[in-house]
Design a protein around this ligand. Structure first.
Ligand SMILES: CC(C)(COP(=O)(O)OP(=O)(O)OC[C@H]1O[C@@H](n2cnc3c(N)ncnc32)[C@H](O)[C@@H]1OP(=O)(O)O)[C@@H](O)C(=O)NCCC(=O)NCCS
Length: 316
């Protein structure tokens, strides 16, 4: 079967760290409430001005992933960026990455807006683009600066989100296990402002999203296993969207799964939407957690509502 191999990763984080103690000074909240409800202890915020943005972070993360892969920009056969907080609707983030890195002209570049599922949606879309174009390597990015849209007086959302970007280089492989799932259920549980709305702030029905997440994630994992004919014992790492530590723990319990396979970095990243999974992958690669040939699952849920999952392999 034609599969996808994760060849390398890259990341970029803003300089500014915002701790729970910092937020205690802005809204009626506490470190204890935030940690017990979400597992978050700190997150990164982009600064005011143009120096840090969704595209600058995407470019830095992409450059690092290409360098770590030992590839040149000529090798990149498509560029897809998951984001819901792009700098411009046009040029999209991927086009800005294309410009900055000098990618080839004969490759497709596009953004995917599937909210927090954006990176996994982009991964699966990139596989299709490689098959369509006959190219070998895909550059897939998740980059977000959602804190630009957070109401810093709304304690129910401002404590959860953070900014950042992660990038991955994928390679098409032959005869490696692969499975995917994509889906959506139209709903307004999470609203993020776009150019066609007068809203300027994120709004969210947290409890409804929580209920949705703990149903969608185990369902996606079950589908990936049944489609691939594998069991969780065959999977080395499950990397879930880092929205809330309680959601991840609920899913582990529901699946009766070994907790050590489920990577978590939400404590120091917060919810970075489409950037959360590539940021996690990049942190894992930096820590030397991956071994050649390991099977990984990436699974996300998000606004839309959307869900997505892919079973891939790690290796050059
Ligand atoms: C947002 C979330 C952490 C809230 O936790 P919760 O246990 O559902 O809390 P609730 O929203 O029911 O609020 C409980 C109380 O805490 C209060 N509260 C909300 N935010 C608070 C904060 N930051 N600090 C202190 N209290 C807070 C509420 O006002 C409410 O008070 P009340 O009972 O007096 O009305 C949780 O619902 C969640 O994680 N949902 C999923 C969100 C998500 O993943 N979104 C991204 C999807 S990609």
């Amino acid at each position: 079967m034609t599969g996808l191999s994760l060849v390398s990763t890259g990341f970029c984080l803003p300089e500014k760290v915002v701790t729970n103690a910092d937020l205690e000074k802005l809204v009626d909240t506490s470190d204890e409430w935030i940690v017990t409800r979400s597992g978050i202890r700190q997150r990164y915020y982009i600064e005011e001005g143009d120096r840090e943005s969704t595209s600058t972070m995407a470019i830095a993360a992409a450059r690092m992933a290409i360098e770590r892969a030992g590839l040149s920009t000529e090798d990149i056969g498509c560029c897809v960026c998951g984001t819901v907080s792009e700098d411009y609707a046009c040029p999209n983030t991927s086009a800005l990455v294309h410009e900055a890195l000098g990618l080839r002209e004969d490759i497709p570049v596009m953004d995917v807006n599937a909210a927090c599922s954006g990176f996994v949606y982009s991964t699966i879309a990139a596989k299709g683009m490689l098959l369509e174009t006959g190219n070998k390597y895909a550059l897939v990015i998740g980059s977000e600066s959602l804190t630009r849209h957070v109401d810093m007086t709304d304690r129910s959302t401002c404590v959860l989100f953070g900014d950042g970007a992660g990038a991955a280089i994928y390679k098409l492989t032959e005869d490696t296990p692969y499975a995917s799932i994509l889906g959506a259920r139209g709903g307004r549980e999470i609203l993020t402002p776009g150019s066609g709305t007068r809203d300027i702030h994120i709004k969210m029905d947290g409890r409804a999203v929580f209920r949705f997440a703990v149903e969608a994630i185990p369902r996606c994992i079950g589908t990936l296993l049944s489609k691939s004919g594998l069991s969780l014992d065959d999977i080395s790492w499950v990397v879930l969207h880092q929205a809330n530590e309680r959601i991840i723990d609920h899913c582990i319990k529901k699946l009766n799964a070994p907790a050590e396979k489920f990577f978590k970095n939400i404590d120091h990243m917060g919810n970075t939407s489409a950037a959360s999974i590539p940021l996690a992958l990049s942190e894992m690669e930096g820590k030397g957690l991956f071994e050649q040939g390991q099977k990984l699952m990436i699974v996300s849920f998000g606004g839309g509502l959307t869900w997505a999952g892919a079973l891939i392999t790690y290796g050059k």
